[in-house]
Design a protein around this ligand. Structure first.
Ligand code: PGA
Ligand code: ZN
Length: 407
């Protein structure tokens, strides 16, 4: 039996240049794992606290004085026990003492160390019952940014290409083709204007919400024709970000809850949306259920801020039939074990899972293993930028290895 030899924490930068934490877990047998924790900008109200009061410096001080001593000597194969020790040393319900990003980085590093020790890829360590690693996720690739991830863009936060394929290389190629065509369409629409990319590598332009969706849907249809594969438009509305005083406040219109459900259902029909994340406020379970009843046969209705990967909130969503899919982000709950518990509950209830990056992310590839090992229907990721491409490249490696082993 191998044990945790040492635990190290340090400050590093995320893709927005903001500080976060990275953990190294070393085992007595010599294996080690290193992982950092990403950070959101449009964080859900029910996520664990990323850092304690005092931010990253405080997180590092607590990690050294309190967390590391509690982890040393633990059985490194008992990963649930490792994650339980993180909860025990924190002692709060939201990781506000040690910080959810400290817990996330340590939990991932421990899983990676164990994977190295037993000589298996991470996805096999995470592998859920009924998952055989042969079914690859659709790529949910961010092509146009708005909301908190872009200055001057639409209110809707993310405009995605939803590209399913048995071969991840094909899915990634398809999503990138849509990204390229969205760029072309924007340059044609704004020939004299400088355009740029937002926090998740999607285009940023001064377009309205429906205008952006028109451009996205056109690019999906054209890319689909060119490649001969299905590619569908998708949205992450992150609606809690523009929901104030009971109304959804877009620059073009203000809608009550009924109006918002109707508006989104119309968008699904008019544009063939296949993916709709957080179309309603994060507390609006009943309205989510209404929308899912209306469009759930046609589109994935995905809860992100609604669930924050938290089991108790997912239970409520399952009871109310609020959605047919759940977004999975490890640092919303702070440990891999908690993440897997939510995945297992979703799968048992017949909900699809979509594994997601954060808007402030790191050039690390473990997310692709989380997606494959948990049987995710989708890997939600940006398409450009080192921190996004790292995840796509890891999925490409996993796809290539899969092809080799089935030759
Ligand atoms: P965040 O946004 O990482 O800024 O929270 C991503 C999302 O809402 O899906
Ligand atoms: Zn979201």
């Amino acid at each position: 039996m191998s044990r945790v030899e040492s635990v190290e924490m340090r400050a590093i930068l995320d893709s927005r240049g903001r500080p976060t934490v990275e953990a190294v877990v070393r085992l007595r047998g010599g294996a080690s794992g290193t992982a950092g924790a990403p950070s959101g900008a449009s964080t859900g109200a029910h996520e664990v606290r990323a850092f304690p009061d005092g931010g990253v410096p405080a997180a590092l001080a607590i990690a050294r004085s309190t967390v590391a001593p509690a982890l040393r000597g633990l059985d490194s194969a008992d990963l649930a026990g490792f994650d339980q020790a993180l909860h025990a040393v924190d002692g709060t319900s939201d990781f506000s003492r040690i910080g959810g990003n400290t817990a996330t980085a340590l939990s991932l590093a421990a899983h990676l160390a164990h994977a190295a020790e037993v000589g298996r890829p991470l996805w096999q360590v995470l592998q859920r019952p009924g998952v055989d690693g042969t079914r690859f996720p659709a790529i949910v690739g961010n092509c146009l940014n708005g909301g908190r991830h872009a200055i001057g863009g639409p209110d809707i936060q993310e405009f995605h290409a939803f590209a399913p394929s048995a071969d991840p290389a094909e899915a990634i190629e398809a999503a990138l083709e849509v990204h390229r065509r969205v760029g072309e369409a924007l340059h044609a629409r704004f020939p004299k204007q400088a355009l740029g990319l937002g926090d998740e590598g999607g285009w940023v332009a001064p377009v309205g919400n429906v205008e952006a969706l028109e451009i996205l849907a056109g690019a999906c249809a054209a890319a689909s024709d060119a490649l001969g594969r299905p590619i569908h438009p998708g949205l992450d509305l992150a609606a809690s970000e523009f929901f104030r005083d009971g109304r959804y406040r877009y620059r073009e219109q203000t809608l009550d809850t009924e109006g918002q459900v109707r508006f989104v259902a119309e968008l699904v029909d008019r544009y063939g949306l296949r993916y709709v994340e957080d179309p309603l406020d994060q507390e609006a379970f009943e309205a989510f259920a209404e929308l899912t009843r209306a469009v759930g046969e046609k589109a994935m209705v995905v809860g992100d801020d609604l669930y924050t990967t938290a089991l108790a909130r997912l239970e409520r969503g399952i009871a109310l039939h609020a959605t047919n899919a759940v977004l999975i982000k490890v640092n919303q709950v702070g440990t891999v074990t908690d993440t897997l518990a939510t995945v297992d509950r979703a799968r048992a209830a017949g909900l699809a899972t979509v594994t997601s990056h954060r808007s402030g992310d790191l050039p690390e590839g473990w997310l692709a293993h989380v997606a494959l090992g948990t049987g995710a229907a989708g890997l939600k990721c940006g398409l450009l930028g080192g921190e996004r491409v790292a995840k796509l490249n890891e999925l490409l490696r996993l796809g290539a290895r899969h092809r080799e082993s089935h030759r």
